[in-house]
Design a protein around this ligand. Structure first.
Ligand code: ZN
Ligand code: ZN
Length: 197
């Protein structure tokens, strides 16, 4: 079953809950991650609280479309699987534009209805609230099965969460009108993000 994540409204930028936008939480002394393609700072997209830890996906917003932002391995995005305890706000790098570092609004992502399967781009709202993503279940591939292999143990990673672009065109994530897929390897503490449209 897939559990939808619905817009729970505004929440504090550093709230330790599932949310889109705000500031990333990480271990003390964590540095803001950089795009491996353009070397600029990545944009923090969301944090999703999972059983395996806290999923934190980032994506490059410095050069839209030019850093292979869709790829699970090219370096234009990054997904971290962090331990749930001891996380603190990660300081922003000096001189970076706020719109490059984060989305324009913070929204709580609240688990709601569980459905047999769901195609995120086709469900804009449920229970009167915008759909921000999904937890668990099977990925609804918009193109082909692109399950990534864990970079540490080389085994196929498990699907953990989907991300929708969000309801607000000003603050939307850019997945080419598609959706993002986050996979994790809990044993290795690794995560991967890719998107299809
Ligand atoms: Zn980049
Ligand atoms: Zn692994």
């Amino acid at each position: 079953m897939t559990t939808l994540l619905l817009d729970g409204g505004p929440v504090a930028p550093d709230a330790p809950v599932s949310r889109t936008g705000g500031v990333p939480l990480g271990p003390a002394a964590m540095l803001w991650p950089e795009c491996r393609a353009c070397a600029g700072p990545l944009q923090f997209l969301a944090q999703i609280v999972l059983d395996a830890g806290v999923l934190a996906p980032f994506m490059c917003a410095n050069r839209p479309g030019e850093c292979e932002q869709w790829s699970p391995s090219a370096g234009g995005n990054l997904a971290l699987l962090l331990p749930a305890e001891g996380l603190v706000p990660v300081p922003a790098p000096r001189g970076a534009a706020p719109e490059v570092l984060g989305l324009g609004a913070v929204r709580a992502a609240v688990p709601a209805a569980a459905l047999p399967s769901v195609s995120l781009p086709s469900v804009a709202a449920s229970e009167g609230r915008a759909v921000l993503g999904s937890l668990g279940g099977e990925p609804d591939w918009l193109q082909y099965d692109e399950t990534p292999d864990c970079p540490a143990c080389a085994r196929p990673m498990g699907f953990a969460a989907g991300l929708a672009e969000g309801p607000d065109p000003v603050t939307a994530m850019n997945f080419g009108s598609g959706q993002a897929y986050a996979h994790v390897c809990g044993g290795c503490g690794r995560a991967a993000l890719l998107w299809q449209c």
